[in-house]
Design a protein around this ligand. Structure first.
Ligand SMILES: [Zn+2]
Length: 120
């Protein structure tokens, strides 16, 4: 039996997460038990989303996974598993970039012209 992944609650509202898989080319929903074709030429995408507020987790797709992580021939179920893992994986790796931008006024909306010109 496949190991189950407990999805973390939504980081914005603590709401219940849902996960969907799609044909990467057409964008149409795909059942999670769809087998990969014998030619391994089907690409899928998946993401977790919050049923309450609609926030979305990282968009995962087998085309990008093949190109950048050398993971090929993934089934839609496997792509959904990766989307679930990345929804659950919370980190602050980019916080220094946020802090750097914050020091220059780049995290304000709307930005003032002076901050945008300095960032360019
Ligand atoms: Zn939410």
């Amino acid at each position: 039996m496949t190991e189950q992944i407990k999805l973390a609650p939504c980081p914005f509202c603590e709401g219940p997460p849902c996960i969907d898989g799609f044909d990467f080319i057409t964008g149409k929903p795909v059942a999670d038990d769809r087998p990969q074709s014998q030619d391994s030429d089907e690409y899928y995408s998946a993401h977790v989303w919050c049923h309450d507020c609609g926030a979305r987790g990282p968009g995962i797709d087998s085309c990008t996974l093949g190109t950048f992580e050398h993971r090929f021939g993934l089934t839609v179920f496997e792509v959904m598993q990766i989307a679930a893992e990345r929804w659950n994986h919370r980190h602050a790796n980019a916080r220094p970039i946020y802090d750097s931008g914050d020091a220059r006024g780049l995290n304000l909306f709307p930005r003032c012209k002076q901050a945008e010109e300095a960032a360019a």
